[in-house]
Design a protein around this ligand. Structure first.
Ligand SMILES: *Cc1c(COP(=O)(O)O)cnc(C)c1O
Length: 399
């Protein structure tokens, strides 16, 4: 007997046979430096909870108070009856934090890219007129999907390469109605940073629109204000995408930037028109998290100090840490089977750190990706490094 879902069974079996199947672990505790994962208490280096805010008492209190005052759900999309005063306050707060004119809060960072790109560029079905997106080769999946959804032509430029961006603009821009450059701020697989100043300069010279997704930069770069502040380009980008789910520890996405761009996207973005608003608890927690980050620059300093310490420790073992410029530390192992065995052994010894292999990263560049946070203590880092060393010796990565 065959049935119409057999293709799924076959694909799942194939994925298991080829070790591509994703075994999803279950967390039995909140996100923190130590977590209970599949029932085991382990030292966590996997979450994007850079500043340790995901389980912070002040931010939890803000969420609880919002539930009491505003309820658990907005009951509508933003454009009908879902815009609560909380959302407006949070947007003003985010715009001030990012030092831009305005901000639109959406349901997630992923959603922000689905929301923002299509209104800016696309294809006119009647006239066939098309716009063009210039996209970094390693941009995040949500940017790629948002770009595809827009219907605009997508031209990929080489990773972090402003000269190639310029070459692509020169070759292609004149064939299209208008152009948009989109880049990730921090690339999460390697922890490298887009050369935002150079990309901006090229985009400005050709008068194309600019958009940067700062998901891994907020709370991390620019004293916590993100990659745009890091490069001193506040207010220059037409659109800045952000997430409240990483350093801010909550959930939600933001589309920030110039007044006219945010107003236009607010009117047109489909997730704003057709998907309900962020919950009061999330919204209040986001605001509390932004306040907290602003008032506690020492958290950002701790994050960087921890990351530097961890990176130096891995390098002292004689293991390559790639070309990271952020608290993301890739422990380069090369072979994907080795990386997976390494991650499994780490877990056995009480350290939770993810192996990444092809197709997430290029073939032969498999690694363990260590996400450092401000929540780790000196003791945690020493323990983590000790276990990394032990596993590296057992698996003959070092002698
Ligand atoms: C994580 C990430 C997102 C998704 O953010 P969520 O709030 O988790 O949906 C979007 N863009 C980039 C560049 C990211 O790294």
């Amino acid at each position: 007997m065959t049935d119409k879902l057999d293709f799924m069974r076959e694909e799942l079996e194939a994925a298991k046979a080829e070790k591509r199947y994703i075994n999803i672990r279950t967390m039995d505790s909140p996100a923190d430096a130590w977590m209970v994962v599949d029932g085991e208490k382990v030292l966590n280096f996997c979450t994007n909870n850079y500043l340790g805010l995901a389980n912070h008492p002040k931010i939890k209190a803000a969420a609880k108070a919002a539930v009491d005052e505003w309820g658990v759900g907005p009951g509508a999309v933003r454009t009908i009856a879902g815009t609560q005063r909380l959302h407006i306050e949070c947007e003003e707060r985010l715009a001030a934090f990012k030092q831009v004119d305005a901000a639109l809060l959406v349901q997630s960072g992923f959603c922000a890219n689905q929301a923002a790109i299509a209104p800016l560029v696309g294809r006119n079905r009647e006239t066939g007129e098309q716009d063009v997106i210039f996209s970094d080769r390693l941009n995040h999946a949500s940017i790629i999907d948002g770009a595809r959804l827009s219907g605009a032509k997508i031209i990929v430029y080489e990773h972090c390469d402003a000269a190639d961006l310029e070459a692509q603009i020169k070759e292609h821009l004149s064939n299209y109605r208008r152009g948009l450059v989109i880049t990730d701020g921090v690339f999460s697989m390697d922890g490298d940073v887009a050369p935002l100043d150079e990309l901006y300069e090229v985009a400005a010279r050709y008068d194309v629109m600019t958009m940067v997704d700062d998901a891994h930069g907020e709370g991390v770069l620019g004293n916590g204000r993100g990659i745009v502040a890091h490069f001193g380009l506040e207010g220059k980008f037409d659109v800045e995408i952000g997430t409240l789910s990483k350093a801010f520890g909550v959930m939600g996405g933001v589309i920030a930037g110039k007044d006219v761009a945010v107003e236009y996207i607010r009117q047109k973005a489909r997730p704003n028109l057709f998907s309900s608003a962020l919950t009061p608890a999330d919204t209040a927690a986001c605001m509390a998290a932004v306040d907290y980050v602003e008032r506690h620059p020492e958290l950002v300093e701790k994050l960087w100090a921890n990351a530097e310490y961890f990176k130096a420790g891995i390098q002292e073992l004689g293991i390559d840490t790639g070309h990271t410029e952020t608290p993301i530390v890739p422990v380069m192992l090369g072979d994907v089977k080795l990386a997976k065995a390494f991650s499994a052994k780490l877990f056995e010894y009480g350290v939770f750190a993810m192996a990444l292999g092809f197709p997430t990263v290029p073939k032969g560049k498999a690694r363990i990706r260590v996400m450092n946070t401000a929540a780790h203590t000196q003791e945690d880092l020493d323990k983590g490094l000790e276990i990394f060393e032990k596993v590296a010796r057992e698996l003959d990565v070092i002698q």
